[in-house]
Design a protein around this ligand. Structure first.
Ligand SMILES: Cc1cc2nc3c(=O)[nH]c(=O)nc-3n(C[C@H](O)[C@H](O)[C@H](O)COP(=O)(O)O)c2cc1C
Length: 218
C-alpha cells in the first residue's frame, strides 16, 4: 500500500510462497466478479513451483531473442490521444529515472523489459485467458476480473504487478498451457509478498486530480 492506502505495482518479491488458503479464498471471491450478461469470459491459470520455473525459462528465452507471437495487436501509445500518450511517457521516463537508466541506454532498457518475462522472480503467477475474438464488453469484464483479483490478494497482504507485456508471447503461453482453442492468453499477474527494501518497489506513479477527470451534472 502507498501512504494513502492505495495499491501500487510491485516488481520485486520475497521467495516465500503464497499459501494455498489465500489463493483459494481469493479465487472463491473473484468467481463472483460481475460480467456483461454474466458471460464470465475467463479462464485462470495458477502457476507456481516447478511449473513456474519451467515457464520462466521458456518465456525469458523467447523474450531475449524477441521471438514474439502475440494474438492481439498492441496499439502504440503514440496512436492514443496526446494527453494519454503524455502520461505514458511520464510513466516510462520516471520509472527509468528511478532505476537510474539513461534515455539512450538500450541494454539497460532491454534488461528492464526482460524482468517482465522473468515474472519479476515472483513465486506465483496467474495467467488470464479470454475468448479469441473478444468484444468491448469482454475487455471490460476482464479488466474487472483483474482489478478484483489484485484487490482480493492485496487485502490479504499479497502484492502484485499486472502485465500486458506478457501478451507478446501469447501463442507460446497458449501452447504451454494447452489452452482450449476458443480461448487465448491475454495478460498476466505476478504475485507474492513484497520485497519492501527493493528500490524498484519505492517507485510511485501520479494520478489526475478528481476534478480533472470528473464532470458533475446536478
Ligand atoms: C492492464 C495492465 C497492464 C500492465 N502491464 C504492465 C507490464 O506489462 N509491465 C509492468 O511493469 N507494469 C504493467 N502495468 C502496471 C502499470 O504500469 C501501472 O499500473 C501504472 O503505471 C500505475 O502504477 P501503479 O500500479 O503503481 O499504481 C500494467 C497495468 C495494467 C492495469
Amino acid at each position: 500500500m502507498n501512504e494513502k492506502g492505495n495499491r501500487y505495482s510491485v516488481r520485486a518479491f520475497k521467495k516465500e510462497t503464497v499459501p494455498d488458503t489465500i489463493i483459494n479464498e481469493v479465487l472463491e471471491q473473484v468467481r463472483w466478479t460481475a460480467s456483461s450478461k454474466n458471460t464470465q469470459p475467463w479462464k485462470l491459470h495458477i502457476i507456481r513451483g516447478d511449473s513456474l520455473e519451467e515457464l520462466r525459462k521458456l518465456s525469458l528465452k523467447k523474450a531475449t531473442v524477441e521471438e514474439w507471437d502475440p494474438v492481439f495487436e498492441s496499439t502504440s501509445p503514440k496512436a492514443l490521444p496526446a494527453e494519454l500518450y503524455d502520461r505514458a511517457k511520464v510513466c516510462g521516463f520516471t520509472l527509468f529515472e528511478h532505476k537510474g537508466i539513461g534515455r539512450d541506454d538500450r541494454e539497460a532498457r532491454k534488461a528492464h523489459n526482460l524482468e517482465n518475462f522473468k515474472f519479476f522472480d515472483a513465486p506465483l503467477v496467474i495467467l488470464f485467458s479470454t475468448i479469441k475474438e473478444p468484444n468491448h464488453e469482454v475487455w471490460v469484464d476482464m479488466g474487472q476480473l483483474l482489478a478484483n483479483t489484485m484487490e482480493q490478494f492485496r487485502i490479504r497482504g499479497i502484492a502484485s504487478c499486472p502485465q500486458w507485456s506478457l501478451h507478446h508471447l501469447a501463442k507460446t503461453f497458449n501452447t504451454w498451457l494447452k489452452t482450449d482453442e476458443k480461448y487465448t492468453f491475454s495478460f498476466g499477474l505476478s504475485l507474492g509478498y513484497e520485497e519492501n527494501d527493493a528500490h524498484i518497489n519505492k517507485f510511485r506513479t501520479v494520478r489526475q486530480e478528481v476534478n480533472e477527470f470528473t464532470t458533475w451534472y446536478d
